[in-house]
Design a protein around this ligand. Structure first.
Ligand code: SF4
Ligand code: SF4
Length: 74
């Protein structure tokens, strides 16, 4: 059985308000992994090298950020 490698951080685009000027998740990530897609006006993970430190998920004002911690790290 094969399954696609999950991206560490997913953004619920229906909740993301980057198009209203929010950049919280981009600002709090210590590794600058997140970015705003200017065309869509939504945040996304540009580099998948997550430390699972969590502020992006905790600080997003709309709860759009979901960090998927790998099972082995829990
Ligand atoms: S913090 Fe949340 S609402 Fe703001 S840009 Fe990031 S995902 Fe979008
Ligand atoms: S969990 Fe930490 S390293 Fe990963 S995207 Fe969020 S802020 Fe960046």
């Amino acid at each position: 059985m094969s399954s696609p490698t999950p991206v560490a951080v997913t953004i619920d685009e229906s909740r993301c308000i980057a198009d209203k000027g929010c950049t919280v998740c981009v600002d709090v990530c210590p590794l600058d992994l997140l970015a705003i897609d200017m065309k869509k006006g939504k945040a996304y993970m540009q580099f998948d090298e997550c430390w699972y430190c969590m502020p992006c998920e905790q600080d997003c004002p709309t709860g759009a950020v979901k960090v998927s911690i790998p099972y082995l790290l829990r």
